[in-house]
Design a protein around this ligand. Structure first.
Ligand code: FAD
Ligand code: FES
Length: 480
């Protein structure tokens, strides 16, 4: 279900030194919307993308344009207070409207369709009346409804009406003309106001980092404030049609979404590095139970960054870098939050007022909302570091079955060894080049995953997800 490279035009590499008002780094949903908004405000914008435009998480999204982000209103009021909680909801509702206006005013054929979002509880699950009251308090279009037509019992659902779904590729394609874009141009560093790539550089008055995982570690401590979570999806044909989408009230539970003739079932959410090896298996068993007539047409997984308190970081990168701006930590709700980022950062750069900015401030810290996630992060980091020192070799290379991997010890050193389906062996260093945590094997995706900050690598060592900047070191497996 990912859209392909061909969905968007191709752009050259950066090979010169350019001057710009703003350099936007990262060509996903957040970077393209922000670059487009800045260009519409009359600024000269250069957009730099490491690989191909919208080839990151944006290519794998289910693109629900929704202000309902699970059961979140009661929690937000408790952790942030009513004023900031209302800012969050208003920003999301405004973003849904902005998508609708954008598609209509420019005649963009992105299949934008009005939908209802529903969060459901199991028969023995929690009563939703308090969440409903909090949602109404914050101005959300919330209703409690009975649910019929799902193949399993549900106690009740909290619905947000007037949400939307769309196809990201045609929307993004329509925003590209007039932007100065460079692909396959990874930004290696930012010094002062100069953004450096391998073949050239951009000197800009303002710089936006929209790389999903903030790429600069000198400022902002984002590696201490973000975790990455991976979810698995199946696309099913010949399943009974549902209306809009339904989410389990448990964030680690299922979700169902109708997209055209296809039903998307997702679930199996876990922190990166915590794969149990049976995520697709469990999802397929669920699909078989609920939709026995359905046919699987695609399966994929993707991951997103989550902040300590669940609200994205959008605003100044750090107090020490007033010309640097960031948009990160969308927590699988990056459609509306990318639009929030585009609007907020454009206002910030132009020195204008955006009424919902405070709740997104990257400088905020609400202890009650953040301590638990901080402790969990510290635990994962400690485990990742110590596992490297104390884990014994799991197996001999000869004992690794087809399609399996293991940590192998040879002359006192550890190697991550995978035997492919044809018997070929692939050996890499099982140590994350980001900050040295021990990598875990993800049997579902055949990747080496880092439990500390969520970098992931394929079995040949190629880096798939940041924050690691380098690939894993490869070794000759026949010598092990
Ligand atoms: C399974 C799943 C389902 C989802 N479904 C929904 C949904 O229904 N609704 C919703 O609102 N959200 C959803 N999301 C979340 C949403 O898709 C993401 O939050 C959003 O796409 C992220 O956009 P982005 O621009 O931040 O990141 P990306 O799309 O990953 O873009 C970041 C870009 O930065 C580039 N980059 C990185 N480093 C550099 C560098 N050094 N130099 C240059 N470029 C660089 C990358 O190559 C990439 O193209 C979902 C997420 C997942 C995982
Ligand atoms: S140590 Fe940070 S991602 Fe691996």
């Amino acid at each position: 279900m990912q859209f392909s490279d061909a969905a968007l035009p191709a752009y050259p590499r950066l090979t010169e030194h350019l001057l710009a008002d703003v350099a936007v780094i990262g060509g996903g949903m957040a970077g393209i919307l922000t670059a487009s908004a800045l260009r519409d405000a009359g600024l000269r914008v250069v957009l730099l993308e490491e690989d191909r435009l919208a080839g990151g998480v944006t290519a794998r999204t289910t693109a629900r344009v929704s202000a309902q982000h699970g059961l979140f209103c009661e929690r937000l009021v408790r952790d942030f207070g009513e004023h900031l909680a209302r800012q969050y909801v208003m920003a999301q509702l405004h973003a849904v409207k902005q998508y609708r206006d954008l598609a209509a005013s420019r005649g963009i054929g992105c299949g934008l369709t009005e939908q209802t979002s529903r969060v459901c509880t199991a028969p023995n699950g929690p009563d939703l009346s308090r969440e409903h009251a909090a949602a109404l308090l914050l101005g959300a279009p919330a209703e409690l409804q009975a649910v019929h037509g799902l193949p399993f019992p549900v106690r009740e659902a909290l619905c947000f009406t007037g949400q939307a779904s769309l196809e990201p590729a045609p929307l993004l394609a329509a925003l590209l003309p007039g932007l100065d874009i460079y692909e396959r141009s990874p930004v290696r560093d930012i010094r002062g106001r100069t953004v450096r790539c391998d073949g050239g550089s951009v000197e800009a008055a303002e710089i936006v980092v929209a790389t999903r995982y903030p790429m600069l570690e000198r400022w902002g401590f984002y590696h201490l404030k973000l975790r990455q979570e991976q979810a698995y999806l199946l696309a099913l044909e010949n399943a009974p049609r549902i209306d809009g989408w339904y989410l389990d009230a448990d964030t680690r539970g299922w979700s169902l979404q109708q997209r055209g003739d296809t039903l998307i079932l997702s679930g199996g959410l876990h922190r990166c590095g915590g794969n149990q090896g049976d995520s697709y298996e469990r999802l397929r068993a669920q699909a078989k139970l609920w939709f026995p007539e359905a046919r699987e047409v695609a399966a994929w997984s993707s991951q997103d960054c989550v902040t300590l308190d669940g609200v994205p970081y959008i605003g100044r990168y750090s107090a020490a870098t007033p010309h640097l701006h960031v948009a990160a930590g969308f927590g699988r709700w990056g459609m509306t939050n990318s639009m929030v980022a585009a609007t907020l950062l454009t206002a910030e750069i132009l020195g204008k007022h955006y009424p919902y900015a405070d709740v997104f401030s990257p400088a905020r810290f609400f202890p009650s909302a953040s301590i638990e996630a901080m402790m969990e992060g510290a635990l994962y980091a400690a485990r990742g570091k110590s596992r490297r020192l104390y884990t014994a070799a799991e197996r001999e290379t000869a004992n690794i079955a087809l399609g399996n991997a293991a940590i192998v010890k040879h002359h006192g050193k550890q190697y991550g060894v995978y035997r492919d389906e044809r018997g070929g062996l692939h050996a890499v260093s099982p140590v994350c080049p980001h900050r040295g945590c021990a990598l875990e094997w993800n049997a579902d995706e055949k990747t080496w995953d880092c439990p500390c900050h969520g970098s992931r690598f394929d079995y040949t060592g190629k880096r798939l997800y940041h924050p690691a900047k380098a690939a894993l070191k490869q070794f000759d497996a026949t010598e092990l």
